[in-house]
Design a protein around this ligand. Structure first.
Ligand code: NAD
Ligand code: LMR
Length: 352
C-alpha cells in the first residue's frame, strides 16, 4: 500500500501533479488537501481508470489529519506564487509578503505532519525553497520527529531546465534528455548553480554562449510585447523562473513544467522505495545525511542542493560536488552568500 498526500492540491501545480500521480498507477491512495476545491478535484480524478483511490479534504473536520494519515510521501505545493517584478521571497511594500505567508503555511502544515505522519518522506515545493525547507525542518524538530534523510526541497525543475536550455542553445534538434547536468546550490537566482563542466556528454560550446545559458537575466517584458524574443533572449537556468512569471503577466509562475519536475522526483522516491537506489538532486540538510558533514563544513552552509542517493526510507548519502571550473567557483561564492542569507531568514522566522 503506497499513499501520497498532496498539500495545495487545488493549485496550479497541485492539480496537474495530482493528475500525473493518478495516471501513473504508482499509488494505492492519493489524498488531496487544500483550503479550496480539493473534494471536487478528487471526484474528477476518480473517474480515471487507474487503481488509486483519490480522496479530497478541506481544512474543516480534521481534513488535514485525514489527508496525512498513513501517508508514505507528502508533497507540499501550498502557498502563493510570485508576480512579475517580484523575487521568490518579496515583500511588496508590506502588502504581499510572500516569504511570511508561505513560511507560515509551511510551519502550520508541518506541525501536523509531525503529529500525524512522522515517518513520511516530505517534499517541499513551496517557495522560497531555500528558506521554507529550514522552516519545515525546524517545525519537525520542535515536533520531535525531524529526520534530515526524509525532508527534501524540490529543485528538480532546475535540473530539467539545465538539460533543456543547453539543448536549445546547441540547436540541431538535440534531445534535452540526452544531457545530464548536475545543478547544485539552492532554488533562486544566483543560488542555482548548473555545473556544465560536469555535463554528460562533455559539452563543446563557447564561453559567452554558455554564460547566457547559465545566468542570462530576463530581458524586459517589452521584448515579449514587441515579439522580439529570439533564442538568445531566453533567460538562463538561474532566471528560468522569471521568464515564466513575466510571460504569464501576473497569472502565476511555473506550473506544468513544475508538475512534470515534481513528478520526476516522486517517481524517483517510489523507485527507491521498491529497492532500486536512485540519484537525484535535492536541497537537503547536509550534516544529517551520510557524507554530508564534510561538504557542509567546506561550503560553510548546512542546507544545499546536491546529488542525493535515495533509498527505501529517504536519502542514504550525498555526493561531493567535485572540482569546479574557475567560472563555477566564482558563481559558487555568490551562491553561498545569498544562500546563507536565505537560510538565516528561515531560521529567524522560526525564532532561531
Ligand atoms: P497556486 O496559487 O496556484 O496554488 C497554491 C495552492 O495552495 C492554492 O490552491 C491555495 O488554495 C493553496 N493553499 C494556500 N494556503 C494553504 C494552506 N494553508 N493549506 C493548504 N493549501 C493552501 O500556486 P502554484 O503555482 O501551485 O505554486 C505553489 C508554490 O510553489 C508557490 O510558492 C510557488 O512559488 C512554488 N513553486 C516552486 C517551484 C520549485 O521549483 N520548487 C516551482 C514553481 C512554483
Ligand atoms: C521556478 O523556478 O519557476 C519557480 O521557483 C517559480 C518562480 O517563482 O520562479
Amino acid at each position: 500500500m503506497t499513499k501520497i498526500a498532496l498539500l495545495g492540491a487545488a493549485g496550479q501545480i497541485g492539480t496537474p501533479l495530482s493528475l500525473l500521480c493518478k495516471a501513473s498507477d504508482l499509488f494505492d491512495e492519493i489524498s488531496l488537501y487544500d483550503i479550496v476545491h480539493a473534494p471536487g478535484i478528487a471526484t474528477d480524478l476518480n473517474h480515471i481508470d487507474t487503481r488509486a483511490k483519490v480522496s479530497g479534504h478541506l481544512a474543516e473536520d480534521g481534513g488535514l489529519q485525514k489527508a496525512l494519515a498513513r501517508a508514505d510521501i507528502v508533497v507540499v505545493t501550498a502557498g502563493i506564487a510570485r508576480k512579475p517584478g517580484m523575487t521568490r521571497d518579496d515583500n511588496v511594500a508590506g502588502f504581499l509578503d510572500l516569504f511570511k505567508t508561505n513560511a507560515s503555511i509551511i510551519r502550520d502544515l508541518f506541525t501536523e505532519v509531525a503529529k500525524t505522519c512522522p515517518q513520511a518522506i516530505c517534499c517541499v515545493v513551496t517557495n522560497p525553497v531555500n528558506s521554507t525547507v529550514p522552516v519545515a525542518a525546524e517545525t519537525l524538530r520542535q515536533g520531535g520527529t525531524y529526520d534530515p534523510t526524509r525532508l527534501f526541497g524540490v529543485t528538480t525543475l532546475d535540473v530539467v531546465r539545465a538539460s533543456t536550455f543547453i539543448a536549445h542553445a546547441l540547436g540541431g534538434g538535440a534531445d534535452p534528455k540526452s544531457f545530464k547536468v548536475p545543478v547544485i546550490g539552492g532554488h533562486s537566482g544566483a543560488t542555482i548553480l548548473p555545473l556544465y563542466s560536469h555535463a554528460v556528454p562533455k559539452l563543446c560550446i563557447d564561453s559567452a554562449k554558455l554564460a547566457q545559458v547559465i545566468h542570462s537575466e530576463l530581458l524586459l517584458p517589452i521584448y515579449f510585447d514587441l515579439k522580439l524574443m529570439t533564442s538568445s533572449l531566453y533567460a538562463g537556468v538561474q532566471f528560468g523562473g522569471d521568464e515564466i512569471v513575466e510571460s504569464k503577466k501576473g497569472a502565476g509562475s511555473a506550473t506544468t513544467c513544475m508538475a512534470y519536475a515534481g513528478f520526476r522526483f516522486i517517481k524517483a522516491l517510489i523507485q527507491a522505495k521498491s529497492g532500486t537506489p536512485v540519484v537525484e538532486e535535492a536541497y537537503v540538510y547536509l550534516p544529517g545525511i551520510q557524507d554530508g558533514k564534510e561538504i557542509a563544513a567546506r561550503l560553510g552552509v548546512d542546507y544545499f542542493a546536491v546529488k542525493v542517493e535515495l533509498g527505501p526510507n529517504g536519502a542514504t548519502k550525498v555526493f561531493d560536488i567535485g572540482s569546479l571550473s574557475d567560472g563555477e567557483e566564482k558563481l559558487l561564492g555568490v551562491a553561498l552568500k545569498d544562500l546563507k542569507a536565505n537560510i538565516q531568514a528561515g531560521h529567524a522566522f522560526m525564532g532561531l
